[in-house]
Design a protein around this ligand. Structure first.
Ligand SMILES: [Ca+2]
Length: 529
């Protein structure tokens, strides 16, 4: 009886306590338009009812109708410099649906579009979410011509000012600051994620950096070099895109079993030294084999961008297994290397670096022009390896990438993590706040034959809010919407290996174990260009 009575008393007082401890309900949505934040103009603030929402059309992006929960939609512009025009939106759930947290979401490519789809994912989880167009419209790099401040906005400033303004807007709407803030991004969003950890460690408590294009300047040199390596003098591709699947198939056949499990996946392409000469045509060229020049082009893709003077690697090569395993841009070399009529992101040289719209990529001098770029536009990259300020403020960072990423070579992401480990004083002192997960057989941010669907934000929430650091993250692979394989993604440098006799399609059959470090890749050819 006593217990029941006490229980009853507790129940009775809870609503009263809640009233006392919960601050005011905040500012009504429509009134947010009257907020005055320095450097920020709020264009509108409107209640959006639950249901279908059609985002404003963005150049080059197909319009997808989203289904959203009810929220307050704030549309705003930040102008941190005289030439800035940073559009951003903040979506705020009603107080009863709010999880008390804020999430900034990243962009893709050179962006120029608010990430509505990513915002929708966060909003559905109860987050107040924000996204920016990074200060210009469209994926075209011409916006940088004569607008140096807009290049800075794209490179890192837009994400930061959006975070600062959005937190204040959320505070006004809810009557209190968010308890935790997270940033989630992949590709350029991964670049933005690392930039935030490096440049503005106070912005976010937890950060997810996926397939990060953070080594941006060198990646651009890598794209240019790989285009030249895979195209003839007339600009036509040496390897037609429909031959790329031959390479993936042969590489997987040659290297699948190196990890001890024939599952159609190359666990770690650094251990794979498949030489495309195995596909050399015996007689004339046909669809089932490669000509000598096609073999050479593939070798150069694997080998990466090297200094013609010293032979040192300027930018890592693309991994074996990334050539073509699907039709989407994230599933092969087609969209970023083979198909374009000119090197991908050649606009970097024309509009950002040389201010010469007629610049001819054939005039590139790797050493000279790289040195010039890294001196003129160092802020384009986010490669700082000393993350002490982020670690000290208690920030947590989860990074992941696909071992078959055909856009941002995973070797570069591994090199960044290794560099941070070295700078921060070893693996133990790094994994305290920064953990890295590699997904075998995953493409750029998703897709591929390997398990490629996982909840990195969920793992990060556990770490930030409960102190439970993830040792592994379970990933799944689906065919036609049905899960057909699960597998742990192990904390680098551990790898997933079968424990015993269970199903190799079940994550429970695997343990994360240490593997002997792979040997350095054997050189396949001499000079690169
Ligand atoms: Ca395998």
């Amino acid at each position: 009886m006593f217990r029941r009575t006490l229980f009853g008393v507790v129940i009775a007082t809870t609503p009263l306590l809640a009233q006392v401890t919960t601050p005011g309900a905040g500012t009504p949505c429509a009134s947010l338009a009257a907020l005055t934040i320095p450097g920020v103009t709020i264009k509108s603030a409107d209640i959006v009812a639950a249901g279908p929402f059609t985002p404003p059309a963005a150049p080059g992006t197909p319009t997808t109708v989203l289904t959203l929960p009810a929220h307050c939609r704030v549309d705003a512009i930040a102008r941190p410099t005289h030439d800035s025009e940073i559009k951003f939106e903040v979506w705020i759930p009603p107080v009863e649906a709010w999880n008390g947290k804020f999430q900034g979401v990243g962009n893709g490519g050179y962006s120029g579009a608010i990430g509505y789809a990513a915002m929708a994912v966060g909003l559905k989880r109860g987050y107040a979410v924000a996204s920016t167009d990074t200060g210009h419209t469209g994926d075209d790099m011409k916006f940088g011509q004569g607008h140096p401040e807009k290049i800075v906005d794209w490179a890192y400033r837009a994400i930061h000012v959006t975070a600062e303004a959005a937190k204040l807007i959320v505070r006004d709407a809810q009557g209190r600051f968010a308890e935790h803030s997270y940033f989630v991004g992949c590709s350029s969003g991964g670049h933005q994620a690392l930039s935030e950890a490096q440049r503005y460690p106070e912005d976010y408590d937890g950060i997810v950096a996926g397939d990060p294009a953070n080594n941006r300047i060198r990646q651009t040199f890598g794209f240019l070099n790989s285009w030249i390596a895979t195209h003839n003098g007339d600009g036509k591709p040496t390897i037609p895109v429909n031959k790329l699947p031959l390479l993936t198939k042969a590489a997987v056949e040659a290297c699948d079993a190196i990890d001890g499990l024939k599952d159609g996946l190359i666990d770690d392409p650094r251990r794979c030294h498949f030489d495309p000469v195995k596909l050399l045509c015996k007689a004339g060229d046909d669809a089932t084999c490669l000509t000598q020049s096609q073999v050479d082009a593939a070798r150069k893709m694997y080998e990466g961008t090297k200094s013609t003077k010293t032979g040192e690697t300027i930018y890592t090569g693309w991994p074996r297994g990334s050539e073509a395993f699907g039709d989407r841009a994230i599933e092969g070399w087609g969209q970023y290397v083979v198909n374009p009529n000119e090197p991908m992101r050649v606009g970097f040289f024309r509009y950002f670096l040389f201010h010469d719209p007629n610049w001819d990529y054939r005039t590139i001098d790797m050493e000279r022009d790289l040195a010039f770029a890294e001196q003129k536009l160092p802020f384009m990259s986010a490669v700082e390896k000393d993350l002490t300020p982020f670690k000290k403020r208690g920030g947590k960072l989860l990074m992941y990438t696909g071992w078959a990423d055909p856009v941002v070579p995973p070797g570069d992401t591994v090199a960044y993590y290794d560099g941070v480990v070295k700078t921060m004083g070893g693996l133990e002192k790094t994994r305290d706040f920064f953990r890295f997960f590699l997904a075998p057989g995953m493409g750029h941010c998703s897709g591929g034959p390997g398990p490629n669907t996982f909840d990195m934000l969920g793992a990060l929430e556990q770490w930030v809010e409960k102190g439970a650091a993830p040792d592994k993250v379970i990933a799944s692979h689906s065919t036609n919407g049905k899960v057909d394989r699960t597998r742990p993604l192990c904390q680098y440098p551990l790898v997933a290996r079968v424990k015993g006799t269970g199903s190799t399609d079940d994550a429970a059959s695997f343990a994360c174990v240490a593997a002997t470090p792979p040997a350095a890749a054997k050189p396949t050819t001499g000079g690169l260009r």
